[in-house]
Design a protein around this ligand. Sequence first.
Ligand code: HEC
Length: 396
Amino acid sequence: MIIPWLDWASLAIRWLHLAAGIAWIGTSFYFIWLDRSLRVRENLPTGVQGESWSVHGGGFYHVQKYAVAPEALPDDLHWFKYEAYFTWLSGFALLIVLYYFGANTYLIDSTRADLTPTMAIGISVAFLIGSWGLYEALCRSPIGRSTTVLASSVLVLILVSAFLLTQIFSDRAAFLHVGALIGTIMSANVFVVIIPNQKKVVADLLEKKLPDPSLGAHARQRSLHNNYLTLPVLLLMVSAHYPLLFSGGAAWGWLVVGFIIVIGAIVRHFFNTHHTGGRGVQLIWQWPLAIILGLGLIFFIASRHELRFTGQVSDNQAFNIVEQHCVSCHAAHPSNPAFKTAPAGVVLDSLASIRQHRTNIISQAVMSQAMPLGNATRMTPEERSALGQWLQQTAD
Ligand code: HEC
């Protein structure tokens, strides 16, 4: 009996990760919406900054926000933190199961950096801790006083990390790590700033002291950062399914990350402005700009991949390339011991089957280096474009 425990573990952890992540992002969307939808009305109780009415699930909700804190603490106070903690813990567990146990297959690309699994795992952990440390230092430095300067500096920090990661790891691992380091920053915001600050406010209240308003202000700033990072982090986490995204590889993969972050943040900005009561011109630019940037990215990626036609590529040449670089895994009975069956059900043992997977092969192995995994057989750019050219030829 064969029980692939690692696969089952990965499945269970991924399920948890998705559920926790949805719960967390859901609360982030909800509370930023709530904060933005607060309105000042007459006769609000002392200390109340604004109130909001909503209807859901067969009843009406009436929420009031105390800017710093109410005079007395209610008996039953709800906290929101486990969504964030479990998202991070399950995400890190998934990183271990997939990328650390499978370091040779998924993390390391020996054409980028010839690392041992231990070195690669060390670098991965160092990146997660290091980039969070730098983010925290930026927020606490004088830069943190201006939202715009801080946001631009955090963007530069993420882009530099993306550039370095694409020099070291396989593309899919590099993109996933950018997502993981943003996720780490977001969870640490909850763990290190938001919840501790709220605890201090509660402690002051219990001692009948007036809480420091900056505690709430800092927590609010971090919570807003998290909100703007939600959409980019989601796309980065699923990027492995769309290798076109990392077709820039070590040269301009970082630029694609930049597009993803800016587009995601602009879309969030639309919703945040809308919830604050923004109307008309305040709302007309975000979606068009996001769409223009998205199309810009699509055309940019395509323009970098104009196939250079260098004469006809014969059926034999194409078949040999696939045989040399793909068939050890993509066969009905793979010779690669890591796989019992053809990965993703893709069998590439005949010209017809290669043609059948044409578009997928172009995105996996011609326009990006997603395949062969880890570029273990060191497929050259010439072989990639020859394969692409043959696929193009046979389609015409
Ligand atoms: C070391 C094993 C290995 C080699 C070699 C390999 N692949 Fe793959 N391939 C995989 C695995 C594993 C998957 C499953 C998807 C994943 O985990 O990302 C996959 C998935 C695919 C898919 C489906 C992707 C999808 O999500 O629909 C295509 C197409 C593909 N490979 C093409 C190729 C081509 C073309 C080559 C040769 C240039 C190649 N592969 C070489 C392991 C390999």
